[in-house]
Design a binder for this molecule. Sequence first.
Ligand SMILES: [Zn+2]
Length: 222
Amino acid sequence: MRLFSVAVAALLTVPIILVGCGKSPTFVAKEEPWRADVERACLGQVNLAKSPFITPRSALGGPSVCGALKPFDVSATASGRVRMKPAATLQCGMIPAVDRWLEAEVTPAARRYLHAEVVEIKVAASYACRPMNGVSGSKLSEHGHANALDVSAFHLSDGRTVTVKEGWNGGPGERDFLRTVHRAACTHFTTVLGPMANSFHHDHFHMDLARHGRDGSIRICQ
Ligand SMILES: [Zn+2]
């Protein structure tokens, strides 16, 4: 019986390789029951239906392991004060995390370092059924679970735009703003990647709620 259990457990944890349609890159994915558990718990706790900026989506079009139970299109956050363009497709847990990051970190940092309000963030990516960093053969990206957001620019109330690509090593105001909101994102997300992480992230911040380590206590902040 013990042998049988071990064999079944081994089977359940063996990665499966999925091949995308046509020119889509392949990725490696495995069964991860915690994802649905976490999403269901979030849907039971967070009332997203009341916001005019959050629209439920019926389905996501990825093959097999891609997607989420109940994804949403989010067109603004921070009580509607900050537009998200284009609207981001996110699952439940990401929505309050993005909101808290904007309210508690981005807004005060913009006032302090740029003397302006952030009125819009440029969404470089949200849901996408693809491998990590778009590299064929890699693990399925958190974007494939609608559990990640890429932000490449911040539009300000005075008409300026701060981009991660130019501002990371730009003038002191932009530089301090970007480095502050990048570092602060690490308290709201379990993975935060920016220009210091690797060349894939030279022009955007990647933030997700992946589970790192056995008990999910590890955070990646680069
Ligand atoms: Zn990303």
